[in-house]
Structure formats: structure tokens, C-alpha cells
Write a protein that binds this ligand. Structure first.
Ligand code: BGP
Length: 472
């Protein structure tokens, strides 16, 4: 990266904005929203949630969206991703749509349009309705049908108001959290069931794309994937092989079917070898191959570094992808200690190049990137959080993103995680990611220094880059 000061200009009409989800920001509201898997989880494991905070209120967007849209404008948003809550639209997951919920989202999306903030609407962000979870969640094909019915309803009710649609945010999340690593409900450890969940969500996404196409809207539909470029510890062939497996399990597993409509052969062979092929039909594979996404959202937080395993696999332990690799901690890495994630800006460049070279340079944008920091009150001066680290984090990533665009990547925007500090899965309000600070007791919002920076960035459609910020 060239460190001499220069203005980095982004393409015209670049999408500057941020993202969050219904469960993390809306609060319950008064439309009779149904319970979700997070209510189930909180009932069962309240101690697992930092300071016992559930999703009843969160950032109260349900009641404050009019003022909050003004704050979006004050922080330079020309676009914003929210999610439409399935449990708000259909409190039981299926059946009659809730008219009050439709009115709420129509008003919210209408107001965004009126204020010049393009709505990006995501249809699933980790928030399975309780009634659907009780039927087995994504393991059950009836739940897939109910989800597609929900999506279809959204296309019909909000098709005139939404700029771009997304079927899922990070579909890997529920598999990892819910069926492998015990941090999402239903807290099962069973990779075979996880593979079924993964397959059914991929199918659900393709079915939603098919339903979308029937409406012939001007908008596009895509999926948002969390993709961590995977780096081997060294060029040693065994390290490289370990990286190839990690990449197959965690990146290509969703990327290939979503964009190419097929599954990587080596992944399928590996699943076969362990008797992990999910139940499916030839028709399912057809639907997946014929309904690939039109746009891709890239969530990038951290790289994945791996090495060849240093110990033998215990064949009596439940199968995990880690049978093929081990995590590797690179000496001298930059690190965000609050979240435990490495900061590696070049990863955003490498990810975009991968999409350019291996996925037909499909239209894409950075749909999440961000830095969560605990106790940000420490940085308050004259009433404002002076979050230089966040500005540095954004600039560093944008410098690499700019280079990717110069090198021909079809990147249309950058959305930060997040707008106003919002609730996070398990960590609740421990780490703050927002451009706007939230006082949890009063719900008062105050623009951080990064929010002012972001406004200028968006107005000028670029920024003066004077070298990488390294003071994390
Ligand atoms: C992504 C999710 C977001 C958000 C973000 C920050 O994986 O899509 O919903 O939560 O990560 O992570 P966390 O909230 O766990 O700190």
C-alpha cells in the first residue's frame, strides 16, 4: 500500500451506508411480533447474554425510526440495510400476515425513500420465529416453504419501496452457532444436522430468488455472505491443503451454490466420505442451479489463518471441519482485543479479487465491515466519543477497497457495521460498533467522531489517505 497522501475517489453513486438487523435494533414494538429463537435462547440461558440484556427494547428503532432516518442523513447515509422480521410479519411463521407489521414496514421504507436513503432489505438475519424453531427450524422442509411464503409476501407488499433485496445474512452463522459451536439456539453439536441446515438455507435462498423473479421488479436480489479469505501458515503443501479445506467448508460452501448454482466437487466428496450428504432431491439441485443471485453482499471482518493439524483427530469426537486443519495465530498480527478478531485490511482486497477472478466479477458491495470496542465512554471528550480507531479502521479498509476497484473489481458500495450502537448476539451491548453512540438508559443518540467523518466521506465520495493507521 502506497502511503503518500492522496485523495481516494470512489465511483459515482457509490453506496455509503451501514447495516443492522430487526432483532438487533427494532425492539418488540406493538404490532404483536411473535417470539423468536432469541427469546427461546434467553429463557433458557439468560446468563449467556452479557448483563442479561434481551431483545425486548434494543435500540428502539421501532419507535424512533423517523428521527433515526434523520441521523442516517446526518452521518452521510445514501443507503442502509435493515432486515424485515419474519416473526413480525408472521407471528407464527406462517398463516395470516400481520397488517400492522405491513403498515410499519411500509411507513419505514417509505420514509427512507423520501429522505433519500436507499433501503436494502434483508429477509433473514438469524431470527427464526419460535413456532418455526419448534418444528425443527431449517432442518424442516415445511419451514423452508413458510420462509418462501414470507419472502413472497414481502416482495408483494414492499416491492415498490426496496432498492435491493437479500435472502439471507451470513447463512453460515446459524450452522456454526446452532449446530457446531454452541452459541446460537438450538445449541446442538451435530455436523450432519448442520449440513442439512446449510443445504436447506441454500435451497430456501434459491426458492426466494425464484419467487422474486416472478414479480419483475427493478430491484435486484442477492445474498450476504461472511467470507474470510483463508491464508495458510506457510507455503508448505500441508499448510496449503489445510487452508483449502477450511476455505471449502467455510467460504465456497455457500459462495459456489449462491453465485454458480453448484457445489464444489471436493467439498461434496469430503462430505460423502464422512457420510454427511444432506437429504435432497434432483429437483432441489435444479432450483439451486437455476436461481443464482444477482448481487452479492460481502461481510468482511477478519481473515482465517490455518495450518496443518499438529495432533491426530479423535475419531470418537463429533465430526468437525477442523478434522482437516487447525487455526493459526500469526505472530505480529493487528488485533481487536474487544472482539478477539484479527484486523487485516488486505483481506478486503483479496476477497474482492477472488470474486472478480472466480465468480464472474458479479456486482458486489461490502455489506459489513466494522470494529466493536468496549467501554467507549473512555473516549468521550466534550460529550462526543472520539473514536479515532474506528476512523482509522474504516480508512485502512477503504484504501484497500479502492485499490480493488482500481484493479477492476465490480464493487458498488461500502456498508459499515453499524449505524447506532445496537444489540449483539450474546455480547449484547458490550462492544459498540456504531457511528452514533447509544445511551442505553435514556436511548439518547449522539454522533461519534466517526459519524462526522463518515458524513464528509460520503459527501466528498472519497477521502484523503495519508497512510495506514496502526494504533489499534
Ligand atoms: C456479523 C453479523 C451482525 C453483527 C456483526 C458483529 O456476523 O451479521 O449481525 O452482529 O457480525 O458481530 P458481533 O455482534 O458478534 O460482535
Amino acid at each position: 500500500m502506497n502511503n503518500s497522501a492522496k485523495f481516494l475517489a470512489f465511483p459515482n453513486d457509490f453506496w455509503w451506508g451501514s447495516a443492522w438487523s430487526a432483532e438487533q435494533a427494532e425492539g418488540r414494538g406493538n404490532t404483536g411480533k411473535g417470539r423468536t429463537q432469541w427469546d427461546m435462547s434467553w429463557d433458557k440461558y439468560p446468563n449467556r447474554f452479557y448483563r442479561g440484556i434481551n431483545t425486548d427494547v434494543t435500540t428502539d428503532f421501532f419507535n424512533r425510526y423517523r428521527e433515526d432516518i434523520q441521523l442516517m442523513k446526518a452521518t452521510g447515509h445514501n443507503s442502509f440495510r435493515l432486515s424485515i422480521s419474519w416473526a413480525r410479519m408472521f407471528p407464527q411463521g406462517d398463516g395470516e400476515v400481520c397488517a400492522e407489521a405491513v403498515a410499519f414496514y411500509r411507513d419505514l421504507l417509505g420514509e427512507m425513500n423520501q429522505q433519500g436513503v436507499k433501503p436494502f432489505a434483508n429477509l433473514y438475519h438469524f431470527d427464526m420465529p419460535e413456532a418455526m424453531m419448534l418444528k425443527g427450524g431449517w432442518e424442516n422442509r415445511d419451514v423452508v416453504d413458510a420462509y418462501v411464503n414470507f419472502c413472497d409476501t414481502c416482495f408483494r407488499e414492499f416491492g415498490d419501496l426496496v432498492y435491493h433485496w437479500f435472502t439471507f445474512n451470513e447463512p453460515l452463522g446459524p450452522v456454526l452457532g446452532g449446530y457446531m459451536e454452541d452459541f446460537h439456539y438450538p445449541n446442538v453439536v451435530d455436523f450432519k444436522r448442520g449440513v442439512q441446515v446449510a443445504f436447506n438455507t441454500i435451497l430456501a435462498s434459491a426458492m426466494a430468488v425464484r419467487a422474486f423473479k416472478a414479480y419483475s421488479l427493478d430491484s435486484k436480489i442477492g445474498i450476504i455472505l461472511n467470507l474470510s479469505p483463508t491464508y495458510p501458515r506457510s507455503e508448505n503443501l500441508l499448510d496449503c491443503e489445510a487452508a483449502e479445506y477450511a476455505d471449502l467448508f467455510y467460504n465456497r460452501s455457500f459462495l459456489d451454490p449462491s453465485v454458480k448454482g453448484t457445489f464444489p466437487t471436493k467439498l461434496v466428496e469430503t462430505l460423502k466420505k464422512h457420510d454427511l450428504i444432506p437429504t435432497h432431491t434432483a429437483e432441489d439441485l435444479n432450483i439451486i442451479s437455476e436461481n443464482t443471485v444477482q448481487i452479492l453482499g460481502l461481510n468482511y471482518y477478519e481473515p482465517r489463518r490455518v495450518k496443518a493439524r499438529t495432533s491426530a483427530v479423535n475419531p470418537h469426537s463429533p465430526f468437525m471441519p477442523e478434522w482437516y486443519f487447525e487455526s493459526y495465530v500469526m505472530p505480529g498480527r493487528k488485533f481487536n482485543p474487544h472482539r478477539g478478531w484479527e484486523i487485516y485490511e488486505q483481506g478486503i482486497y483479496d476477497l474482492c479479487i477472488d470474486i472478480r477472478d472466480n465468480y464472474g466479477n458479479i456486482e458486489a458491495f461490502i455489506s459489513e465491515s466494522g470494529m466493536g470496542v468496549a467501554n467507549e465512554e473512555r473516549f468521550i471528550q466534550n460529550g462526543q466519543v472520539q473514536d479515532e480507531y474506528r476512523i482509522g479502521f474504516i480508512k485502512n479498509h477503504l484504501a484497500y477497497l479502492h485499490q480493488a476497484i482500481v484493479d477492476g473489481c465490480n464493487i458498488k458500495g461500502y456498508h459499515l457495521w453499524t449505524f447506532i450502537d445496537c444489540w449483539s448476539w450474546i455480547n449484547t451491548y458490550k462492544n459498540r460498533y456504531g457511528l452514533v453512540a447509544l445511551d442505553l438508559d435514556t436511548q439518547q443518540r449522539t454522533i461519534k467522531k466517526s459519524g462526522e467523518f463518515y458524513k464528509l466521506l460520503s459527501e466528498r465520495n472519497g477521502f484523503e489517505f495519508d497512510g495506514l493507521y496502526n494504533d489499534f
